[in-house]
Design a protein around this ligand. Structure first.
Ligand code: SF4
Length: 232
């Protein structure tokens, strides 16, 4: 199998403009697009830059835009692209550091803003803070978020409004708002009750479509909106 790649290239220290470079790879059908990028880098062009780590859909490092859709290169089977030209670009709406690597600092700053950790006014118990299986079920889906930023890069609102918190930070807010052990619920909801918080979401559903972990992102944001109304 022969796959043709068009890969976005841009080195701000030497290039005036971004351009696309073309490569050909002959992967095994069971290989992923990330394996193809590795073959290009290791066998053809060592200057190509991208992020990767686990290679198994766990770390979220290899998020990029592939044929117009954001996702993890390690989750895309090469054989699914047979007969196509594979266009690979960095995640949109972030500053390109080099080639497929973007600056995720603003993304992580927004995640930090929502205080992504358990806050409890209760004294710590001798062992862990327990939850029932039913209580845990409420956050089962959102807990899978790996902070790959594909949702934010695909969100039409995030692309136009850099003040909007964005889907992933809202998913992390959901994780603690609906965690029965967290006692900061009201304050968390108050923080999201703004045009750039939960209300910034206009239900485009792009985040849900691209999430590599199958998280119902838009539905979760809508549940936050419902909870804000309930506490008003
Ligand atoms: S919600 Fe999904 S797409 Fe968004 S950062 Fe988490 S894993 Fe990635």
């Amino acid at each position: 199998m022969l796959l043709c790649f068009r890969i976005f290239r841009f080195d701000p220290s030497t290039d005036k403009e971004p351009y696309f470079a073309e490569y050909e790879v002959s992967p095994e059908p069971t290989e992923r697009l990330l394996d193809c990028l590795n073959r290009i880098k290791w066998e053809q062009d060592g200057t190509l830059s991208y992020r990767m780590s686990c290679g198994h859909g766990v770390c979220g490092s290899c998020a990029m835009r592939i044929n117009g859709k954001c996702g993890l290169a390690c989750q895309k089977l090469a054989k699914e692209y047979e007969g196509q030209t594979v266009t690979v670009e960095p995640l949109p709406s972030f500053k390109v550091l080099k080639d497929l690597m973007v600056d995720l600092t603003p993304f992580f700053e927004k995640v930090r803003l929502i205080r992504p950790y358990l806050i409890s006014s209760q004294a710590p118990p001798d062992k862990e803070r327990l939850q029932s299986p039913e209580e845990r079920k409420k956050v089962d889906q959102v807990i899978r978020c790996i902070l790959c930023a594909s949702c934010v890069a695909s969100c039409p609102v995030s692309n136009e409004d850099d003040q909007f918190l964005g889907p992933a930070p809202l998913v992390w807010a959901f994780r603690y708002i609906f965690d029965t052990r967290d006692t900061e619920t009201k304050e968390r909801l108050r923080q999201l009750d703004t045009p750039h918080g939960a209300w910034g979401c206009k239900n485009h559903f792009e985040c849900t479509r691209v999430c590599p972990k199958g998280i119902p992102v838009t539905k979760s944001i809508n549940m936050i909106k419902k909870e804000i109304r309930r506490f008003q």
